[in-house]
Ligand binder design. Structure first.
Ligand code: UT7
Length: 352
């Protein structure tokens, strides 16, 4: 059975740097609050009308493809994880295929909507496809453009200061080498608190429906309001909302739990980890996990200070930075873990 190794990796972040001080100009917040609560100093925002999740993903993908030493025509399958797609539909997978100029149609494109754990879910899917022998080269990306969908008024500050834009990509390739690549992945979900970290609209939960009319068809005036969901404008449900404390409490429990699950499955202990790359949601969460697992500073990679929370893109961006800095080397045991909206969470162990 082939193993799935990361043969190439790349990331892209927009040039535009937005500091905490920039945000203080539009909402009632402070550099001190943001740093102390989250660790974030600055984040990147994409250029409106020029960059989208797909264009950023394409930049990251080109690096991953080149570093894998393949050509784009070698790609068998695309997996695209994002919560901020270019369109409501179709998904970004096909848009990325087009953006990369891949014209062959013997290729599949899958979109993953698992928010912060989207990359790990995607990695797990890719691993199964490689292990089953179905595909040899899978392009997996996480890309987000949060800046187009945040509430920049004081009302939205608890969420808006945390998020940034960017993309990360990996080229996952079949290898016959033993003890190489993805060793194990673990996925979890619990929908009990689905709305506690969510963007509710647009969605089919609300809106105007013909069946709302007891008699006949709706009037012309009513038809004009087809796209105005019940309460959408008043409640601002088209902005993300989060019960930060609930998510924080769950995250600090689930991160160590799911990491230990991966270690136990493969017979390792925390001391065997060469590099932990946690989803970059909050520096305090990452530090808590580090302390729980008793990992030294040089075995945990964090970059939330520079980019904020880039959701599905955060793990591949951080992994790529760590690799470029020589902190992830051939033969290393790399652990990835994420927790977020859904709630969904997961982990992966990779022999680099
Ligand atoms: O990637 C997805 C997963 N997400 C996470 O894992 C995030 C988990 N949660 C967190 O990281 C933290 O809960 C936050 C960073 C979101 C918030 O930190 P907190 O210490 O839990 O703060 P809080 O929500 O309890 O808010 C404390 C105070 C409130 O004021 P009062 O009620 O005490 O007067 C907020 O209104 O801070 C206020 N506040 C702000 N003040 C200045 C909230 N946002 C801001 C802000 N600037 N941006």
């Amino acid at each position: 059975m082939p193993n799935a190794k990361i043969a190439g990796i790349g990331f892209y972040v927009p040039d535009q740097v937005i500091t905490n001080f920039d945000l203080m100009k539009v909402m009632d917040t402070s550099d001190e609050w943001i740093r102390e609560r989250s660790g974030i100093v600055e984040r990147r925002y994409a250029k409106k009308h020029e960059e989208t999740p797909t264009t950023m993903a394409a930049e990251a993908s080109k690096k991953a493809i080149e570093r894998a030493g393949i050509i784009k025509e070698d790609i068998d399958f695309i997996i695209f994880a994002t919560l901020s797609p270019d369109y409501y539909f179709p998904g970004c997978g096909v848009l990325l295929q087009r953006e990369l100029g891949i014209t062959k149609t013997e290729i599949g494109a899958l979109d993953i909507r698992n928010q912060c754990s989207g990359f790990i879910y995607g990695l797990s899917v890719a691993d199964q496809f490689i292990k089953s022998g179905m595909y040899k080269n899978i392009l997996l990306v996480g890309s987000e453009m949060h800046s187009m969908g945040l509430d920049f008024s004081t009302r939205g500050r608890a969420v808006s200061v945390l998020f940034g834009d960017g993309a990360g990509a990996v080229l996952i390739q079949a290898t016959e080498e033993d003890n190489k690549g993805v060793l194990t992945t673990h996925l979890h979900s619990d929908g009990t608190n689905a709305e506690e970290l969510a963007m509710i609209s647009p969605g089919s939960h609300g809106g105007y429906h013909l069946q709302d009319e007891e008699f006949g068809f709706p009037s012309k005036e009513e038809l004009g309001e087809v796209f105005v969901y019940d309460g959408l404008l008043d409640n601002k449900t088209y902005y993300p909302r989060m019960d930060g404390q609930l998510v924080f409490k769950k995250a600090v429990t689930k991160f160590p739990e799911v990491i230990m699950e991966a270690l136990q499955k493969t017979g390792y202990t925390p001391a065997d980890i060469d590099m932990l790359v946690p989803h970059q949601a909050n520096l305090r969460i990452a530090q808590f996990v580090q302390k729980t697992l008793k990992l030294p500073d040089d075995k945990v990679y964090n970059n939330i200070m520079k980019y904020g929370n880039t959701t599905a893109a955060s793990i591949p961006i951080a992994l790529c930075e760590a690799w470029e800095a020589g902190k992830v080397k051939e033969g290393d045991l790399v652990c990835l873990a994420a927790f977020g909206s859904g709630f969904t969470w997961g982990s992966a162990l990779i022999r680099w």
